[in-house]
Design a protein around this ligand. Structure first.
Ligand code: AP5
Ligand code: MG
Length: 216
């Protein structure tokens, strides 16, 4: 049976950073709902235009749109052995939809690492983040600076600051997270799949703890 890892945690805690490291190390697919939306926005698709109106305000994109996008992504061949899900599910409705979809694809959620850090830490990480235009690689002006300012070390593309990383929007994203995503923590805790990871450590230490937790 294919195994899927669901990464939970507040905005800016390091889900994307850790998902990429784990996906590279274990050679499994990384599905980031935020990256998929940003790709659609960049390519000016209808989905992207619709999603943008929610993302720029710090709100969640409606469940039906998000679930449809993830269903399409899960149906691709690289997900047959399983995948790391980063940013999905984010509401109880999405979690139930995920279980149904995975049953169709002969898979299941094996473990749910829940990366936590105080609000001041996540705000500091988001405010210093620079994201690459081409592939969404992330840097931080203090904690993970690019070799050349404004240029991605990995693919040479331009680095930009996400519009939803502006202070007012971050406050809304954190509120939305507390209201709509925190209920998922209890949902997965009850299922026995939740493992808490201290995200207020170096990237390397979080990565070690995460690898030990997922045991793949
Ligand atoms: P999304 O892109 O998923 O945003 P998010 O959950 O707010 O998370 P971020 O991507 O901001 O942070 P991250 O945890 O990935 O941290 P990162 O690794 O970059 O979603 C964006 C929007 O899309 C949502 O607001 C919503 O509108 C929509 N959306 C997405 N999914 C949806 C869904 N399922 N349903 C509905 N709507 C959805 O790290 C942050 C910074 O910290 C970086 O600069 C990094 O270099 C640095 N850093 C990382 N780890 C460390 C560390 N250990 N120490 C020091 N610095 C670190
Ligand atoms: Mg991310």
């Amino acid at each position: 049976m294919a195994t899927f890892i669901v990464l939970l945690g507040p905005p800016g805690v390091g889900k994307g950073t850790q998902a990429r490291i784990l996906a590279d190390a274990k050679k499994i697919a990384h599905i980031s709902s935020g990256d998929l939306f940003r790709e659609n926005i960049k390519n000016q698709t209808e989905l992207g235009k619709h999603a943008r109106s929610f993302i720029d305000k710090g709100e969640l994109v409606p469940d039906d749109v998000t679930i449809g996008m993830i269903r399409e992504r899960l149906s691709r061949p690289d997900c047959i052995p399983g995948a790391i899900l980063d940013g999905f599910p984010r509401t109880p409705v999405q979690a139930v939809a995920l279980e149904k979809m995975l049953a169709e694809f002969n898979g299941e959620v094996s473990v749910v690492p829940y990366i936590t850090a105080p609000e001041s830490v996540v705000v500091g990480r988001i405010s210093g983040r620079w994201t690459c235009r081409l592939n969404g690689h992330v840097f931080h002006h203090m904690f993970n600076p690019p070799i050349k300012a404004g240029i991605c070390d990995i693919d040479g593309s331009e680095l930009y600051q996400r519009k939803d990383d502006e202070v007012e929007t971050v406050t809304i994203r954190i509120r939305v997270y507390l209201e709509q995503t925190i209920p998922l923590v209890e949902y997965y805790r009850k299922s026995g799949k939740l493992i808490e990871i201290n995200g207020a450590q170096s990237v390397e230490q979080v990565s070690k703890d995460l690898c030990a937790a997922v045991n793949i």
